[in-house]
Design a protein around this ligand. Structure first.
Ligand code: PMV
Length: 328
């Protein structure tokens, strides 16, 4: 009986210059570039076993069998691995996340990155990091950035097969180990998937084109801020990119609002902490939680202050860290 397995761990990542728009929905090719920080301590761990006794691919996340769209995306990615490696069998994929799934905390990014690395290793395919990044992208666009440690930029690319649309490293984690606190304001899963939200925004927001056109400048400014470790410059770019993305969503018809009242309440309280001298910037993805980045030298006591803000249920902390990798 032939069975081949491998296990991988992949971190989550949070975009500082956001991705919100696709030029190809099947291959997850982006309308513009994006740039993120890869985070330690928020991760997915995935085991892939190609097994000749299976009659279909199986996906189990946090102990529960997944069907429908989630399974189809994983199957698409596994098909690509089979095509590139010559592997013939179906696979059993078992994955766990150590943070809330599908709540705007980027579980899909870490999940598909871990799946790509584990599946390639199980199939014996010695893929390059760029190939693995492009493979992870098939599951969810932002997953291509979780392959890369530190600060990662997802290149738009121009090839119609997506072969040049993958993430590259802008700077390693040691260059600037920023700390991140995810302020969790609700526990439920998000209402609208990012794919649906992006298509809806592109189809109906009068600000969509302006949003996409703004990304090139934000990328330039973010790269420069990271290179010179200029925290206030990075804060300016990250907050404006987040707010411009949400403005495009909010102006879609009908309006797409991922925020909850607590989201705004937390931002208001954060501004008071800024006025009192705390250096930070916030960013928000397709969910209600507020992610706060602070410089590496920030007093760890700040976590307690953030946990006490009205509307914050709990805080998940992380540091900019390494990318996805195979584990024993
Ligand atoms: O990769 P997806 O389809 O989960 O979309 C991610 C979208 C945002 O998190 C809102 C932005 C980003 O660049 O990660």
């Amino acid at each position: 009986m032939s069975k081949r397995s491998a296990r991988a761990i992949a971190p989550s990542n949070i975009a500082l210059v956001k991705y919100w728009g696709k030029r190809d929905t099947k291959l997850n090719l982006p309308a513009a570039g994006s740039l993120s920080a890869t985070l330690s301590s928020m991760y997915s761990e995935t085991e892939v076993t190609f097994d000749e006794t299976l009659s279909a691919d199986q996906l189990i996340i946090n102990g529960e069998a997944v069907s429908g769209a989630g399974l189809s995306k994983a199957v698409g990615l596994l098909n690509d691995v089979r095509r590139q490696s010559g592997e013939k069998h179906f696979a059993r994929v078992e994955s766990t996340n150590n943070f809330p799934t599908a709540a705007g905390l980027a579980s899909s990014a870490s999940g598909y990155a871990a799946l790509a690395v584990a599946a390639a290793a199980a199939a014996g395919w010695r893929a390059s990091t760029a190939q693995l990044s492009a493979l992870a992208r098939l599951g969810s666009g932002s997953a291509c950035r979780s392959l890369i440690g530190g600060f990662a930029e997802w290149q738009t690319g121009s090839a119609s097969d997506g072969s040049d649309s993958y993430a590259i490293q802008v700077a390693p984690a040691e260059h600037w180990p920023l700390k991140m606190y995810a302020l969790v304001v609700t526990e439920g899963p998000k209402a609208t998937s990012s794919t649906h939200g992006m298509m809806h925004t592109a189809a109906s927001s009068p600000y969509y084109t302006a949003w996409i056109d703004s990304v090139a400048r934000d990328l330039n400014d973010a790269r420069a801020a990271i290179a010179s470790r200029d925290f206030s410059a990075l804060s300016e770019v990250a907050e404006r990119s987040c707010l411009a993305m949400h403005a495009a969503m909010i102006s879609a018809r009908p309006s797409l609002v991922y925020w909850r009242p607590q989201t705004l309440a937390v931002i208001e309280q954060l501004k008071r902490l800024r006025a009192a001298g705390l250096s930070f910037f916030f960013t928000i993805d397709a969910g209600p939680h507020v992610k706060v980045f602070v410089p590496p030298e920030t007093d760890p006591m700040v976590e307690g202050k953030l946990a006490e803000l009205d509307g914050v249920r709990r805080v998940i902390s992380a540091v900019v860290g390494p990318g996805a990798r195979v584990v024993d």
